[in-house]
Design a protein around this ligand. Sequence first.
Ligand code: ATP
Ligand code: MG
Length: 367
Amino acid sequence: MSVETSLKAALDEAPVPPAPTLWRMNLDLQVKPTWRRMLTGDRPTGPLHLGHYVGSLRYRLALQERIECFVIIADLHVLTTRTERLEELEANVREVVLDYLAVGIDPRKTTIYLQSLVPEVLEIAWLFMSLVSVPRAQRIPTLKQAVRDLQLESASVALLSYPILQAADILMVKGDVVPVSKDNASHIELTREIARRFNRLYRPVFPEPDSPIGPLLVGLDGQKKASKSLGNVILLSDDAETVRRKVRSMFTDPRRIRADIPGRTRGNPVFIYHDFFNDDRAEVEELKQRYRRGRVGDVEVKERLARAINRFLEPIRQRRAYFASRPALVDEIVYEGSRRARAEARETLQEMREAMGLTHFRRGWTS
Ligand code: ATP
Ligand code: MG
């Protein structure tokens, strides 16, 4: 059997991910007829959590049924905020790919690839750097935030150019739709500016991508967004007992010190999670009503939530286990996707050089 047929056979045999009825809850996405290609992705800094699911993974699931999709694992982007422990990247990349496959990102529909296996993106990013002024790059809100959050002395040039590399990732495959969550919107705005500037200065090569904005899921602490470095998350790879434990520790309405005090459901993390993950809508409605009237304790609300999240995660765990026991298959998915992405990158780069009149000494050059 060829690699391609064995890959297809293995994908056909994999356990099925959660049904769309589950993950479409509260999903706000209007697919525009002009959208042809999606690109989005993650830095491999650790395992993915329910926040990633709500804010981005389910948008990819919805889009992969409709248009061509590329999902990048942005390992080079890790170097913008961290120069040590790079030997952890390999394991992290595998975890992220497993999370993708587990939730139902399907390599037959979506090209999953590794940024560093497509070095052409760096040349594209470099060409884009000539189109962005230093003050413009400094105006990106996430830059100051990263310096603050990570307690860096100052930003590296790599961190300053983070969104330019991201623009290269997107425009390399001519992505015209980039689903992101709120914290990333300023990067897509810069991508649009770069595309516009390039097209005007040379010739129209790039689309100006749209970016449907996914919601941010609040953390278990109810204070900040769910974020793995804050430890306030439920991982997609958590087992059932861990989920129960984490849900029990969740923050609820702070003014409600007894079960018979009427509570607030709006903005209450436990109900926000019920709304996203509990497929038993009648149960959610009933719980909300009782909660508002002071007729149900936090313990019951949480128990039912843990059960719902575990119902949701169970098919994800099964699919994860299936792929985790087939590491060679996972590697092949990354290699195959990266080959496909690389072909795109070469083509775009060539088109850019020609548009820019940057073809000198190219014709006779073979290396
Ligand atoms: P870190 O703690 O390392 O910053 P994180 O858990 O915040 O990790 P990131 O890798 O920063 O995750 O997030 C990548 C992308 O995942 C974000 O741009 C966003 O699209 C999405 N995302 C992360 N956290 C959430 C969340 N709580 N709700 C919705 N989307 C999220
Ligand atoms: Mg973050």
